[in-house]
Design a protein around this ligand. Structure first.
Ligand code: NOJ
Ligand code: CA
Length: 678
């Protein structure tokens, strides 16, 4: 900011602006219900800025728009508005699987056409979609002579919050990708953050800043430039420009979900609605469900992915897991370390991985037939070790191989550091790409399309950020993209507030393969997980995924069969979801109605503090009787001691007129099935 010494100096500054370039009338539009307003202004230098208000109070103060390029003049000054269009849209669509079976997409579209007054005369449109619970906007550039090829150095989009507040955010551009804990700081103390960033502004308004439909563009992090101003900071490419485009192009949607409280943020459908409808086609072959896995013992270091005396993926082990799944109504069994390629140093070095070559002690024909006989499917695993082109070269035959062996889901993985993904072009040139870069955004679409040809759904670990693309590519059923349960196996475990943080941040990206349900509450070398037993059950409702893992081993579950009943019962597909209460990082209570059935399930998780939660059961169908099957923390349960195993399992008749009151222990949670009495 230029310091202005006196009123006289200010007057001189104003009169210095040529008459032709003076501020034009702002253009403005509101959400369908009128609560959210968006305004676009042009200042005396011809700079465009947008602002957002809600219920008459500013949320985003005037914030700049524009671009830097690597090979031509930037776009930010000398712009004029050449036209505007406003139109309404209201349609309800069905999700093939999800947290809600039908979703209303109701917005007012506000297009502002802009043109440079310079010789380059470049033109573009900023399109806003204004919802009752937030705003998405994107830049749209038509093909034009002065932009035949576009090499973007940086996007100048800013987000100046009208008030300070508290922000929950994780750092961007660090080696461990998305797997960092959330920081809780003043918004005015944020540095460089990956999105989503969730904020509670000083007046209590909650806002989540993120992006939707990230395809053929690089992911947007944000850097605080001053005060409460955040600016887009695009993920680098492997060369000079961060994004390269030919002809017409658009950015992803820059999104602001705005609500009175944390539950309101979660209940928004803006992310999905800003993505294109299903481009793949029929999804009826995909059945949401749980999976067991030859996995936790590897994560704990007791078994190995590589061949040798500790190899996990042996015929005997896999058969035992299939038997366990079949006995407990779990339809899928993941097996990791089943293929050739794990024996060397595979981390960041997946060149030996072959997803059509099982190891000698894993008889895939025998095991898939054995599974089929028992009504179970194997879940494939493609750990690329970051060798992405090597993976693309075998993509089609790998999914064909999985389909041939009866698989419906493949878990994929990209274990390498953030900017170390290996790309090799047709001419042999090698590059190292960022996970959230433009090239990787296109890679994940290639995976979705290839998998779909073979009717395979995939669950990507170490993935690109989630931007609601599971609407467009509904076989991309889950992602990791945050510290999941595996961190509880190792030193530096997830803290008790972790899940209450991620529900209001990471979960806005879409389903997460968190891998819940470690009822043994133990990681490597007997180390204690910072959770009660009841909380492990609550995670099945709180952390949504249509492929939900029963992550512990059959041997461990055998010791906790009473609590395990909830894992057997809980579905992974829902007609409806409601957040009954919550505060970011403190607690959350979620209820969901099973898809196509009458029962409701509740999950509540807290943080390190004990607390009571109370809520009405008015979500239940009126006039019906239910039995509440309650799994709650024992009165003395506590994540810091062996009392973390303390759980009370009880039943109680309830109706929609009742209320319920539950105690959450330190590090605790609660799970309830509301079973309709027929
Ligand atoms: C990291 C994944 O998150 C984990 O689930 C997997 O077992 C390992 N990579 C090996 O692929
Ligand atoms: Ca991981």
């Amino acid at each position: 900011m230029r310091p202005i010494a006196s009123l006289a100096a200010l007057a001189a500054l104003v009169t210095a602006v040529p008459a032709a370039a003076q501020t034009a009338q702002p253009v403005r539009a509101t959400s369908p219900d009128g609560s959210i307003a968006v305004e676009l202004t042009i200042d005396g230098d011809g700079r465009a800025a947008y602002a957002v208000s809600r219920k008459g109070k500013p949320v985003i103060a005037p914030s700049k728009l524009g671009f830097l390029f690597t090979d031509m003049a930037k776009i930010d000054r000398r712009l004029t508005v050449t036209g505007q269009e406003v139109s309404d849209f209201d349609q309800t669509w069905q999700q093939p699987w999800g947290e809600w079976s039908s979703i209303r997409n109701h917005y007012r579209e506000f297009k502002v056409h802009l043109k440079e007054t310079t010789a380059l005369a470049r033109v573009f449109t900023v399109t806003f979609r204004i919802y009752n619970d937030g705003v998405g906007f994107r830049y749209e550039f038509p093909a034009q002579p002065n932009m035949a090829k576009t090499n973007i150095a940086e996007e100048l989009t800013e987000f100046t919050f009208a008030q300070d507040g508290t922000a929950w955010w994780k750092p961007a551009f660090l080696w461990n990708r998305e797997e960092y804990l959330y920081n809780k700081t003043a918004l005015s103390a944020l540095s460089t953050a990956a999105t989503p960033v969730t904020m509670k502004l000083a007046d209590g308004t909650h806002v989540t800043l993120h992006e939707a439909a990230l395809v053929d563009y690089s992911g947007m992090a944000v850097t605080r430039t001053d005060g409460t101003t955040l600016r887009a900071n695009l993920t680098p490419g492997s060369g000079g420009p961060k994004v390269q485009k030919t002809g017409a192009w658009t950015t992803p949607w820059r999104t602001l979900i705005i609500a009175d409280d944390a539950p309101g943020i979660y209940m928004s459908h803006l992310m999905l609605n800003l993505n294109e409808p299903n481009k793949l086609g029929d999804m009826s072959w995909f059945k949401p469900g749980k999976f067991a896995g030859v996995w936790w013992n590897m994560i704990k270091g007791e078994w190995s992915w590589a061949r040798g005396p500790k190899h996990g993926a042996t015929n005997a082990n896999v058969k035992r897991y299939i038997d366990f799944a079949a006995a407990n109504g779990i339809p899928n069994v993941l097996v990791e370390g089943w293929n050739v390629g794990w024996d060397g140093d595979w981390f960041g070095n997946g060149w030996d991985m072959d997803f059509t070559k099982p190891t000698e002690d894993f008889d895939i024909a025998m095991l898939s037939a054995y599974a089929k006989k028992k009504g179970v499917r194997l879940v494939g695993h493609h750990e690329t070790g970051g060798a992405v082109t090597h993976y693309e070269n075998q993509l089609d035959r790998s999914f064909a191989f999985a389909a041939k062996h009866g698989m419906m889901v493949v878990k994929t993985g990209y274990v390498t550091d953030a900017a170390q993904l290996e790309r090799v072009d047709a001419d042999g040139t090698k590059y190292r790409e960022w996970l959230d870069g433009q090239w990787m955004s296109n890679h994940f679409v290639r995976v979705a399309e290839s998998a779909y040809k073979h009717r395979i759904a995939f669950d990507s670990h170490e993935p690109i950020k989630g931007t609601g693309l599971h609407r467009t590519y509904p076989n991309w059923v889950a992602r990791e993209g945050m510290r999941g349960m595996e961190y509880n196996a190792w030193g530096g475990k997830n803290p008790p507030e972790h899940e209450a943080n991620i529900v209001f941040t990471r979960m806005l990206e879409g389903p997460m393969d968190f891998t819940p349900g470690v009822l043994s509450l133990e990681g490597e070398k007997g180390s204690a997980i910072l959770s009660t037993k009841a909380k492990q059950l609550a995670l099945y409702v709180v952390i949504y995924s249509p492929v939900q893992m029963a992550a512990d081993t059959p041997e461990n579950y055998a010791k906790h069969m009473d609590a395990f009943k909830f894992i057997r019962d809980v579905p992974a597909d829902w007609d409806e979801t409601r957040v009954l209460g919550g505060e970011v990082g403190d607690y959350v209570t979620i209820v969901r109605k099973e898809r196509g059935g009458p029962d409701w399930y509740l999950g509540a998780v807290g943080d390190e503090e004990a607390r009571h939660i109370a809520f009405a059961l008015d979500f239940l169908a009126p006039g019906k009787r239910y039995v509440a099957e309650i799994y709650r923390d024992a009165p003395d349960a506590d994540y810091r001691t062996d009392k973390r195993f303390g759980i009370v399992i009880e039943q109680r008749p309830v109706t929609s007129k009742d209320t319920m009151d539950l105690h959450l222990a330190p590090g605790g949670g609660a799970a309830v099935r509301f079973r309709l009495v027929k």
